[in-house]
Design a protein around this ligand. Structure first.
Ligand code: NAD
Length: 334
């Protein structure tokens, strides 16, 4: 029996987590979840964001399905997500944004995959108070971390028969740091002559992603640009409730929705569980259960196409659990 560490998270986390587990459990796979309370609420209760037993579980199981965790803004503890990505060297954050059937947005035919470097850049969290009115933040870009994320993006493109990999940077201003990222990109692209390669300055790519989203394929970029452009990409396909992600390293893997803990709708049974469910499908692919992942994706699509049981973010009035019931029904009828 393969065990997966499950983090129920904060805000809408426990609600969407319970529904996703309901769906995955009906697949009758040799998979068992080890659930843990983690995050800001756990910190308030027991003084630790992630209890020691949860770390032990991760180190045994090596695979985590994680709901979002609240991070205080401008004060308090360091992001739990950033800590996990660093501790387990989850360097490749992969975020596929694909138009879903019958989800109305002004954009059609979006099918892009963002590769966000996950371990360095401004997220190393090194800030220094120079004087009362001056703060410096350190942006770190290394050849080693740039090489491994860029190579992952090209290998993914090759394996999934994607046409193009685009590098996103700000090397016109950050000539040394983003300059190094772009230089490494231009070296590695030579190893993949069958994949087209091009590059965009980050501000330009934001405009082009909105004007012509259909022309983007695989994109690779440093941490901060990946964080921002992937929320933009979620807007192209109908919102944060729909965008999944995988955080992969050489030994560990963590799957989570791109969205946060959504405190504005928490505890109301209103959240859309699709992003976490699609993240669980990425986990099934990773564990070798691709057919089962595809079954769940097909069930989600059927519910979207039918269009009568949708959560509020998709223009409907169904609750999280009613939407999940409809997906379960679609799975049974498949
Ligand atoms: P958010 O993603 O939580 O919410 C942004 C907006 O999207 C809100 O209006 C919310 O209601 C909506 N939304 C998000 N997920 C939804 C879903 N599944 N269904 C329907 N609507 C959904 O972003 P925020 O409000 O900026 O952040 C809230 C907290 O989450 C912060 O503490 C932040 O640090 C944290 N956060 C955590 C993660 C993570 O754990 N990976 C990621 C991003 C933000």
């Amino acid at each position: 029996m393969k065990k997966v560490t499950l983090f129920k998270g904060d805000g809408i986390g426990p609600e969407i987590c319970d529904q996703v587990v309901r769906i995955i459990n009906t697949l009758n796979l040799p998979l068992e979840f080890e659930p843990f309370e983690v995050g800001a609420a756990e910190y308030e209760r027991h003084g630790a964001l992630i209890p020691a037993a949860a770390f032990e579980s991760i180190e045994r199981n090596k695979v985590i399905l994680k709901a979002p965790i609240t991070t205080p803004i401008g004060k308090g503890f360091r992001s739990c997500n950033v800590q996990l990505r660093e501790k387990y060297d989850l360097y490749a954050n992969i975020r596929p944004a694909k138009s879903l059937p019958n989800v109305k947005t002004p954009f059609a035919n979006v099918d892009m995959v963002i590769f966000r470097e996950n371990t360095e850049d401004l997220y190393v969290g090194v800030e220094k108070q120079i004087d009362e009115n001056t703060v410096h933040a350190t942006k770190i870009i290394t050849r080693r971390c740039s090489e491994r994320i860029i190579r992952s993006a090209f290998e993914y493109a090759k394996e999934h028969h994607r046409q193009r990999v685009s590098c996103v940077h700000k090397a016109n201003i950050l000539k040394l740091s983003d300059g190094l990222f772009l230089k490494v990109f231009n070296e590695i692209k030579e190893e993949f002559p069958d994949v087209e390669a091009n590059s965009y300055i980050v501000d330009n790519v934001c405009m082009q992603m909105v004007m012509h989203p259909e022309k983007f394929d695989v994109l690779v970029m440093p941490n901060l640009y990946g964080d921002i452009t992937s929320d933009l990409a979620s807007g192209l396909i109908g919102g944060l409730g729909l965008l999944p992600s995988a955080n992969l390293g050489d030994e560990y893997a963590m799957f989570e929705a791109v969205h946060g803990s959504a405190p504005d709708i928490a505890g109301k049974n209103l959240a859309n569980p699709t992003a976490l469910l699609l993240s669980a499908c990425m986990m099934l692919d990773y564990l070798g259960y691709h057919d089962e992942g595809e079954k769940v994706r097909a069930a989600i699509n059927r519910v979207l196409i039918q269009g009568d049981v949708l959560t509020q973010d998709l223009g409907g009035s169904a609750s999280t659990s009613e939407f999940t019931d409809a997906i379960l029904q679609a799975l049974q009828n498949a």
